[in-house]
Design a protein around this ligand. Structure first.
Ligand SMILES: [Fe+2]
Ligand SMILES: [Fe+2]
Length: 157
């Protein structure tokens, strides 16, 4: 991730409204929707923190987001394995990639003399990733899970 001057970069708005839950992000399974709401709350808190919090606070908000992402992805992966979802590998690869990138951000943030997290780019990346993953990849998984449970197999968990 290259560092740019956000205030000078066209199209980058570090103080724009952070990502928010919207009904178009619903995947049709309440428990997963609730987890996505929490994930988005934490992402929004992190992105707001980038604008006005100390470097240490931003690092803590990033960990707070990452911990929940690990737990949420784990639950989805468990449900996919339990239902023998054919798209499991591809879906898990997206989770793993996101967690790797978040971890790389955390490491950058913890470096005393590093560039730190660049708000405009990171904000755009997280919003795009969450929006895309939830509305496509998770929605596709949820359709399968719903079709499996209505076909008579017992619900996972
Ligand atoms: Fe998800
Ligand atoms: Fe997912």
């Amino acid at each position: 991730m290259t560092r740019v001057n956000a205030s000078a970069a066209p199209g980058v708005h570090p103080h724009r409204m952070p990502i928010r839950w919207r009904s178009s992000l619903s995947v049709g399974i309440d428990s997963i929707d609730e987890q996505h709401k929490e994930l988005i709350r934490r992402a929004a808190a992190f992105l707001r923190g980038l604008a006005d919090r100390s470097r240490q606070d931003v690092g803590a908000l990033l960990s707070y987001l990452r911990i929940y992402a690990v737990a949420h992805f784990g639950e989805e992966e468990e449900a996919m394995r339990a239902s023998e979802y054919p798209g499991y590998e591809r879906h898990k690869a997206q989770h793993d990639r996101f967690l790797r990138d978040l971890l790389a951000l955390s490491k950058e943030q913890e470096k005393k003399h590093g560039a730190g997290v660049e708000p405009g780019q990171v904000g755009a990346w997280i919003e795009a990733w969450l929006g895309e993953h939830v509305s496509r990849t998770d929605a596709e998984m949820a359709r399968y899970l719903v079709s499996r449970s209505s076909a008579g197999s017992p619900p996972a968990g």
